[in-house]
Design a protein around this ligand. Sequence first.
Ligand code: AMP
Length: 435
Amino acid sequence: MNFTDLNLIEPIAKAIQEQGYTNPTPIQERSIPDILQGRDFLGCAQTGTGKTAAFSIPILQNLSKNKISNNHIKALILTPTRELAIQIEENINAYGKYLPLKQLVIFGGVKQGNQEAALKRGVDILVATPGRLLDFIAQGIISLRNLEIFVLDEADRMLDMGFVHDVKRIIKLLPQKRQTLFFSATMPGEIQKLANSILNNPVKVEVTPVSSTADTIKQSVYFVERENKLNLLSHILKNDIADSVLVFARTKHGADKIARKLQKDNISAEAIHGNKSQNARQNALNNFKSGKTRVLVATDIAARGIDIDELKFVINFELSDVSETYVHRIGRTGRAGSEGTSISFVDSLDLLNLKNTEKLIGKKIPVIKDHPFHTDDLVAEKRDSNNKPVRAGGEQGAKQPPRGPRNNGNKKKPSSPTASVGFKKPKNKNFTRKK
Ligand code: AMP
């Protein structure tokens, strides 16, 4: 199928062409005609499938058919993170550049003055994170009374991040008569229930289930002792990879530590995570996108959905306890059919996660041994009934930061989605293992 088969109006067709898109992705092929018809939509799709355009393009087209009035918000896109919100707004801006519609993104962590002023100037399409949206509603700055289209993006992540109550509060404020578009990478029970409660006879489309990794991504595993991981990372970046690399860290502290080590080794690197100010995060992202910074070290929440064109390399400094996270992480590369490479560092604590990840994706990930830090001596560290590491001598991983929630509907706000094993202080200066 070609975009020309989708009956898009000229201003949108032109903008899409300028983006370099020729063929709709599978989810776009299926969503655009039905959403244009006004149908509710349930899309089980992860980032990287083109889902943003899948809802943005028909929203723009439908809204542009009506007489544009400046005094109310017509479409709301609710998304869990600031980065995702910014990215969605950027996409809408690009696809709608030849239309007179106004879009705005609002999120917390920054002063509200500019956002408030823009709202007062009039907004047709609002992209928002739940907290800031509720703040503005409480202050009487935003009303959703005249909303026509509601998009809930990354619903499963809303649940993981403890935003589901906020989302439900927002839904209660929406007009009954509206079009609802619901997107989630996975469909745990609570999310299915939420979808059933807000969708009206939706078209259901599932693309690339979360357990599958794109064939275009070359995956590999490096077996390495924990204390050698930082040196292995520097080694790979100095010898094997010349391009930009996104590195995933499990904790904020870990992300900072990795970035510091790389900087010390003269590799330009920045960390991005929830403890950084919004400006610092955006600057780091911009520097990475423009190639000024070669390595971006991110926690899962900070990196989720980050849209970086032509990202070829992803490195998992540790494997997450939540196997689906692996699929999301490596999905940052190999997007929309382009080629990518993912490398995962595996130590004794990661072994079990590796096994679970391989089970989920249904294939063995090849082990690369050709590097100075390879070890054949890893022994899976035991875990207790809470899946916490039990160290030699029965000492539990008590000094480690607490684990974040698994994908189980935990409602507490985590400090990081998969916060887990922190970085143990290396035993000696050059980080090699003391025998
Ligand atoms: P998303 O799943 O919305 O995060 O989109 C993933 C990436 O695919 C983004 O970089 C989009 O710009 C890109 N993209 C979306 N639709 C298409 C398309 N039809 N052709 C090529 N690239 C696309």
